[in-house]
Design a protein around this ligand. Structure first.
Ligand code: IPM
Ligand code: MG
Length: 368
């Protein structure tokens, strides 16, 4: 079998530190499971701007398109706050999602037993939680045109963005959602704001049609996004798969992340359309950001990024056994009482990013 081409983009801030821990897991997989990876590194975000004067260099795009999968840390930081909008690190992230056509963003939120009381919510509300938020990632309010800030005749200014989806865009994310639901509990909740926004009236109509035409075995419900935010905090276990617009998904997934105790625990996968061989372009990244306040201090939680690599093995390389091994190793480390600062609990041992990464490797070692 050909070596699996992995492009690693550590990005900025804690992205660099957490990715260093993922490198350990990749090395372990090569050595102990004889999986051949062809790993290269590239620049994205502020790190790319510092070298190339752009947050999304052409060579990063070329490398990403040639890779079997991309692993991303995080981008952004105060250092780049004063740059013009199109040079900001975030443009690099949005650019790579758009250029690779990664329209389907899977953000699972699972509460691991050991962390049920790390959440700010009552343990019985979140214990055993296992939901999947599917966020549309290349359309909607984030990418709609026209957009901008203009100066009016009277000298005042007007800022505007556009919420827009075509039926084709709705149907392709809808299909991914229904297929995910089919593999889980056959329950899909589509989140919109159809009481106010026409674009999401269309969204709802297309979801209903798709369910009738192709997925009659999946139960489809609808919820307004404000209610969904409230229900996620009130009773999150009522959900299984949720599918929603780009910005709604951005907001709801941060909310869902906190149900699990910390943003530092949530992995994500961003997938493109399947080609003739069924292969999808794919990028894996933690849901958390670059956390400039703790960058360089060896205290960030590497588990979301490590579990993003597990998702990579599962979705891009069909290696469910190895993905399971990583997830089990993470669970065991937590069961053993190790915690990074973000998930620290009374009576547990606070450890650094590096020690956490090493501990996951040690747990993996026990499995072979
Ligand atoms: C996310 C992040 C990004 C987004 C930012 C960094 C541009 O919040 O992946 O959720 O808004 O999509
Ligand atoms: Mg976000």
């Amino acid at each position: 079998m050909a070596a699996k081409k992995l492009l690693i983009l550590p990005g900025d801030g804690i992205g660099v530190e957490v990715m260093a821990q993922v490198r350990r897991i990749i090395d372990w997989m090569s050595k102990k499971r004889k999986i051949e990876f062809d790993v290269s590194e590239g620049l994205l975000g502020g790190a790319a701007y510092d070298v190339h004067g752009t947050p999304f260099p052409a060579e990063t795009l070329a490398a990403a398109m040639a890779a079997d999968a991309v692993l991303l840390g995080a981008v952004g930081g105060p250092k780049w706050d004063d740059l013009p909008f199109d040079k900001k690190p975030e443009r690099g992230l949005l650019g790579i999602r758009k250029e690779m056509g990664l329209f389907a963003n899977l953000r699972p939120a699972t509460v691991l037993d050991a962390l049920a009381d790390a959440s700010t919510l009552k343990p019985d509300v979140v214990a055993g939680l296992d939901i999947m938020i599917l966020r549309e990632l290349t359309g909607g309010l984030y990418f709609g045109e026209p957009r901008g800030i203009e100066t009016l005749a009277d000298g005042s200014r007007r800022g505007f963005n556009t919420l827009v989806y075509t039926t084709a865009e709705i149907v392709r994310i809808g299909r991914v959602a229904f297929e995910l639901a089919r593999k889980r509990n056959k329950k899909l909740c589509s989140v919109d704001k159809a009481n106010v926004l026409e674009c999401t009236v269309l969204w709802r109509e297309e979801m209903i049609k798709l369910q009738k035409d192709e997925f009659p075995d999946v139960e489809l419900t609808h919820m307004y996004v404000d209610n969904a935010a409230m229900q996620l905090v009130r009773n999150p276990k009522q959900f299984d798969v949720m599918v929603t617009e780009n910005m709604f998904g951005d907001i709801l997934s941060d909310c869902a992340a906190m149900l699990t105790g910390s943003l530092g625990m949530l992995p994500s996968a961003s997938l493109g359309a399947a080609d003739a061989d069924g292969k999808r372009k794919a990028l894996y990244e933690p849901v958390h950001g670059s956390a400039p306040d703790i960058a360089g201090k060896d205290m960030a939680n590497p588990l979301a990024t490590i579990m993003s690599f597990a998702m990579c093995l599962r979705y891009s390389f069909d290696m469910a056994a190895e993905a399971d091994m990583i997830e089990t190793a993470v669970k065991n480390v937590l069961k053993g009482g190790l915690r990074t600062a973000d998930i620290m609990q009374v009576g547990k041992a606070k450890v650094s990013t590096t020690v956490m990464g090493e501990a996951v490797v040690r747990e993996l070692d026990k499995m072979v």
